[in-house]
Design a protein around this ligand. Structure first.
Ligand SMILES: O=C(O)CCC(=O)C(=O)O
Ligand SMILES: [Fe+2]
Length: 329
């Protein structure tokens, strides 16, 4: 059992986050995921090579260098091929998504769920706001990713993530949902590699205004206590738990390696997820364990069905913030 200490729980309530170092075991919890993603990359490289988009299959390179080579040669952001969620708009029947069994096992990992249970209670639903983030070095990202306002290359799929609350990224129907964000790196996440930044104690003042920017939804700087912000370098095995209102962002990856992380979310069973067009599942139910989903294929199928539905009727399914918002001008 990996229960939080009272001190850790107190820290979460007071500061809006708790960082548990070494919670996951590399061999048990992280290596199997890497093995699965190596296959994803293998198939992607074959597809790109076949289409003449990359110069070589780059089979001798490790995951980081091989992915970087694919981005560089193709001039494309390829994050969606790895992601365990659908694109924010324009979903097609064949939009890439990776919902493999090791991703399912990661979402259902009892080591994580023990802590999640401590924070949101014994009936746990996977909130479908979930991603693997493949964050390549800024230097190889296409110019189209550059944000004219900040000069950095950004966007959820690629680089710098601007200041936001995860609550701001879901629909308002989930404002009172006790959604918990779980963030952990699969590679190192140093300052140079673009680790997370957070503002401790920023979770007490409700949902802040978010503006649409090239890099994604962003809370305007004047609304933030930026002088309190801290960078949080993390190693594989470390896990960060954040409240839905805790303001956070991430730095640019100025290294020459890939930064890879999972950010997954959980909410109490029955509370709105704020992205109802996407599927989730009961990961833990102490009252009725039979409700827990155990079959990775059923989960994968639920995403394929969502993709099918969205390819027919696509709508802006979870952005509550207006284009041309006066507050953001
Ligand atoms: O991984 C990042 O760079 C940003 C992550 C984030 O905003 C989140 O996990 O909610
Ligand atoms: Fe976030």
């Amino acid at each position: 059992m990996n229960r939080l200490t009272q001190e850790e729980r107190g820290h979460y309530d007071r500061e809006g986050y708790v960082l548990v170092r070494g919670l996951l075991d590399y061999e048990c919890d992280i290596r199997p995921v890497w093995d699965e993603y190596a296959g994803v990359l293998d198939r992607l490289a074959a597809e790109l090579y076949e289409a003449g988009e990359i110069e070589s299959l780059y089979e001798d390179l490790d995951f980081s260098d091989r992915t970087v080579a694919c981005y560089r040669d193709s001039g494309r952001v390829l994050a969606q091929y790895f992601d365990c969620s659908l694109p924010q708009a324009g979903t097609a029947v064949d939009s890439p998504i990776w919902v493999g069994p090791e991703v399912f096992r990661s979402l259902s990992n009892p080591v994580l769920l023990d802590v999640v249970e401590d924070l949101i209670g014994p009936e746990v639903y996977t909130n479908p706001v979930q991603h693997i983030r493949i964050k390549p070095p800024q230097s190889i990202l296409p110019e189209s990713q550059r944000d004219p306002q900040t000069g950095s290359k950004g966007g959820f799929e690629a680089g710098v993530t601007p200041w936001h609350q995860d609550n701001g990224v879901v629909q308002a129907n989930a404002d009172e949902t006790n959604m918990l964000t779980v963030w952990y790196p699969l590679t190192r996440a140093t300052v140079e590699m673009g680790c997370l930044k957070i503002i401790p104690r920023s979770h007490k003042s409700g949902v802040l205004h978010h503006c649409r920017t090239v890099s994604g939804l962003a809370i305007p700087d004047p609304m933030l206590q930026l002088e309190d912000a801290i960078a949080v370098p993390m190693e594989p095995g470390d896990v960060m738990f954040l409240t839905r209102r805790t303001c956070h962002s991430s730095l640019p990856n100025v290294s020459d390696e890939l930064r890879v992380s999972f950010d997954i979310r959980y909410s109490p069973v029955g509370e709105p997820t704020g992205r109802e067009v996407f599927p989730g599942f009961v990961a833990r139910s102490r009252s009725n364990p039979e409700r827990e989903l155990r079959d990775p294929d059923v989960w994968a199928q639920s995403w394929y069905e969502a993709r099918e539905r969205l390819s027919v009727k696509n709508w802006e399914h979870y952005n509550r913030w207006r284009v041309n918002d006066g507050v953001c001008a």
